[in-house]
Design a protein around this ligand. Sequence first.
Ligand code: ADP
Length: 453
Amino acid sequence: MGALTFDKLKEQVAAGEIDTVLACIVDMQGRLMGKRFHAAHFVDSAWEESHCCNYLLATDLEMYTVEGYAATSWAGGYGDYVMRPDLSTLRPAPWLEGTAIVLCDVLDHHHHAPVPHSPRAMLQSQVKRLQAMGYTAKMATELEFFLFEKSFDEIRKSGFKDLDTLTPYNEDYALQLSLRDEVVLRPVRNALYAMGVPVECTKGEAETGQEELNIKYDEAILAADYHVLGKHVVKDVALMKGHAASFIPKWHRDKVGSSSHVHQSLWEGNDSAFYDPEDSLGMSALMKSYCAGIIKYAPDYTFFLAQNINSYKRFQAGSFAPTKAVWSVDNRTAGFRLCGAGSKAVRMECRIPGSDVNPYLAMAVQLAAGIKGIEEGLELSPPADGDVYEQGSVTEIPSTLRAARETLANSAFLREAFGDEVIDHYTRAADWEQEAYDAVVTDWEIQRGFERA
Ligand code: ADP
């Protein structure tokens, strides 16, 4: 049970128990991309390094060769990156027969330095900054998604019309109803457990067909690794069972969207550096400055929580999806919610990211903003209460991709934390998502104007 050592993998390959190794990088969209190795070749040589086309960190959801990136282009010849397996991430892949899985870091092909806009490298660089300050970040993400009766192939062939969900009405905490999801979710929980991913639970969520997967908090990079593995396993198992699992944040205008809240706390050794028993809410001075930072810079980094056009369709008043950069004590209408107040589990939950979030990027930018808050000694404003959607005076989170693109491109804070190269790269990604969308003539326009215009 649990993670695999390289020696154990070699034994299992020699014994014929494992014949395939998935070697994966994490792309800008937070997907696992890579190769299926014959395990004999992996333990012989590919464990050291393998290669992938460098457009993998400059493409969109549809794998288009997007022009305008400095890092790679047709003119630059679309060369290779090195995929270097991080052997500490080696795990069995028990939902597949005879298979193991490993995550890879993405390195420059010539000088083997980390590629700066690689999401895993961006998180690693902020974790190192925190280490230098004497802290470890512990994070968790919640994964919401919808399960559908039909498979992706059937749904695509129906023109995305055949979209009955696996459950027929709101399944929030509904144990009898969510029994229908168990065909997918029991194998998911058991596979994650056997991989050493500390799965806590699944639960029915507050919409027809919606489910949530909770994984226990851990050090930031591990927590992000758990997220991408968890999402991958959910989608794979759903596919294998003839269903579809979708992580699009807003699949239907009348249905609640799917989020991916991020929980965060800083630790010194085995103690939470966020906890102060003397404070009325149990929040240390460090936690207050950190939280002031993540709130102050939320408009700057919103793009990294919401990269797609569809991500912004989820931000609606009265829907549990936040629109304001304020914090609250256990109030789900604010962008940031204090959880575990007055206890050692005190932490801040960021409620902005949708289910399409790339967890490495979301965690990296929030750590950078928290570090900035600590460095600036920022004061935390009092918590908001009541219905935050109705409060006019507080900072709004950019509500469109265009607005988030502007705050991203013009953020001195992000440029200082990640470098111009990285911020220019993601600004191009934001521009492209907008350009691709603007070029489409939608069903809505045709239905609205075809006759009446
Ligand atoms: P709720 O049900 O209110 O959303 P949970 O108790 O399910 O809250 O916790 C949500 C997530 O927060 C879980 O993934 C949990 O592991 C994580 N979590 C708990 N304590 C901490 C902490 N100190 N730092 C970061 N995450 C934490």
